[in-house]
Write a new protein. Structure first.
Length: 268
């Protein structure tokens, strides 16, 4: 296992997915996300579920690690399912006051919840098996044709790379501030909502000041080293396609074809 200390995640270097060209992984995730909105039947979800299980097995990322990443969207998941179940028209199954449960609402709520979970898992598989440098290099290479219409592709990739690297740094900084404020008697768990929001100010203000200071130091460091963006810059590890990458592209198009055909044939 390889640990990237810049974002605090583990990358299973012995997994087949990790050895793929990052451009293949970016394109695969992009097409996978599109495929989630190409059907509305259980048969389509069965194909996607099988594809996702195979990807997780090949990535060798612990399933518990993936489930842990779903906790931040738990509220959004419940709210989305609740909204679709009670505010969808169709065959009424249950009614209580202004709340009405329909057969179409249950189906829509279930599908929307599964779609959100699969969307997050598929996106996280990309970050779990790709380092930030590989990810930004892949995006920059894929968007290279846009430079012909004066789109600053390299600047966009650099912004993304810096954002990914600053996330764990700011999280560590926030934890240190919370520990320091807790040692001074601050309570972030008890009290009314407005009291806890007021307490959060003691975290947000120094965190914002720290982020601005780090951004200024980084800008000064880049300027002192005469950094001027893209141009004719070379890479220490240029991206190159291999046989396995073309094989994955072929499998990806087979998957998309299976999703389209099965979702058209089986509409239940």
């Amino acid at each position: 296992m390889l640990r990237d200390i810049t974002i605090g995640q583990f990358y299973p270097v012995d997994s087949p997915i990790h050895r793929l060209d990052p451009r293949v992984k970016v394109v695969s995730v992009f097409l996978y996300l599109i495929s989630l909105f190409m059907f509305g039947s259980f048969a389509g979800y069965a194909v996607v579920t099988l594809f996702l299980i195979v990807a997780i097995r090949l990535s060798k990322v612990p399933f518990s690690y993936i489930i842990k990443g779903l906790k931040p969207i738990l509220f959004l998941l419940i709210f989305t399912a609740f909204f679709n179940v009670f505010w969808s028209r169709g065959d009424v199954l249950f009614q209580w006051g202004f709340l009405t449960v329909t057969r179409q609402g249950l189906r829509k709520g279930l599908f929307m919840a599964i779609r959100l979970v699969y969307l997050l898992i598929g996106s996280s598989m990309l970050t779990y098996t790709t380092t930030p440098n590989q990810l930004t290099d892949a995006i920059e290479t894929l968007l290279k044709p846009l430079e012909k219409i004066k789109v600053p592709v390299h600047d966009f990739a650099m912004i993304m790379s810096l954002a990914l690297r600053f996330i764990p740094i700011l999280l560590d900084e926030a934890n240190r501030i919370i520990n320091a404020q807790s040692a001074r008697g601050a309570d972030f768990e008890e009290g009314k909502l407005w009291q806890r929001m007021k307490t959060m100010v003691s975290i947000l203000v120094p965190l914002l000041a720290s982020a601005i200071r780090r951004a200024y130091d980084l800008a000064m460091a880049m300027e002192s080293r005469c950094y001027h963006g893209g141009g004719n810059r070379t890479k220490m590890k240029p991206l190159q396609y291999g046989k396995r990458d073309y094989f994955v592209y072929a499998l990806l198009f087979v998957y998309l074809a299976a999703v389209i055909i099965i979702s058209r044939v089986f509409v239940f």
